[in-house]
Design a protein around this ligand. Structure first.
Ligand SMILES: C[S@@+](CC[C@H](N)C(=O)[O-])C[C@H]1O[C@@H](n2cnc3c(N)ncnc32)[C@H](O)[C@@H]1O
Length: 215
């Protein structure tokens, strides 16, 4: 039986299996890909990077191709199975983990302890998480990062009620990450977003780069 609760892997499994995965782009999100490949401010390899809620793993595979050691994590077994099928392990640079990002014990068991990552790349995991649980997302990411570690993310700042995808307010999001111990390096509206499922351009994605405070 399918769980009706979006905060479980089985609910997301069903979305992948039903083909109701309308977020799927089949490629890394264009604003993140362009930033990582072309911008001087982009984080540089080497380094160990976590991609939470990696789905089919397109951003994780891109990071691995750029020279990072990458862990793609998702609590949906179906997502992890698909990511591994599509992208493999890239000669050991890519690891796939099925675990709940908000389960510290499961993260530890997967080698994702405190300060175990140099970077985190966010794409449509934050908008998949119930706003009531986002404080746990922010503190988890802060805990996993080394001091001065980076968080690069594309955030969907839509204002529609309900979710997933749950919306965000761009100013509030900055305030929340600042309160969680991040200092902002970049925060701007993305200009080359992929079209949405209705084929209309998305004009509400924001790209951010933060550093975890040194202490
Ligand atoms: C909207 S999908 C996006 C997938 C991928 N990032 C992409 O852009 O194609 C959200 C993903 O986050 C995963 N997810 C949501 N909450 C999670 C959690 N607490 N821990 C791990 N994965 C989670 C879901 O299983 C799903 O694969």
């Amino acid at each position: 039986m399918t769980s009706p609760v979006p905060d479980t892997g089985s609910w997301w499994d069903q979305r992948y299996l039903d083909g109701t995965d309308r977020w799927e782009l089949g490629a890394p999100a264009p604003p993140l890909a362009r930033f990582l490949k072309e911008q001087a401010q982009a984080p540089q390899p080497p380094g160990r990077v976590l991609v939470p809620g990696c789905g089919r793993g397109h951003e994780a595979a891109l990071l691995a191709s750029l020279g990072f050691e990458v862990v793609g994590l998702d609590f949906s077994a179906e997502a992890v199975r698909e990511a591994r099928r599509l992208h493999g392990e890239q000669a050991g640079r890519l690891t796939w983990v099925q675990a709940d990002l908000l389960d510290a014990e499961a993260l530890d068991a997967a080698g994702l302890g405190s300060a175990s990552c140099d970077g985190v790349l966010e794409h449509t995991c934050y908008c998949a998480i119930d706003p009531a649980l986002r404080q746990a997302y922010r503190s988890t990411v802060a805990r996993l990062l080394q001091p001065e570690g980076w968080l690069l993310g594309l955030f969907w700042c839509h204002r529609r009620p309900g979710g997933p995808p749950y919306g965000s307010d761009a100013d509030q999001l900055v305030a929340d990450f600042t309160a969680a111990g991040f200092s902002q390096e970049l925060w701007f509206p993305a200009t080359n977003s992929a079209p949405g499922p209705d084929n209309q351009p998305r004009d509400n994605e924001w790209l951010g780069l933060w550093r975890r405070a040194a202490h």
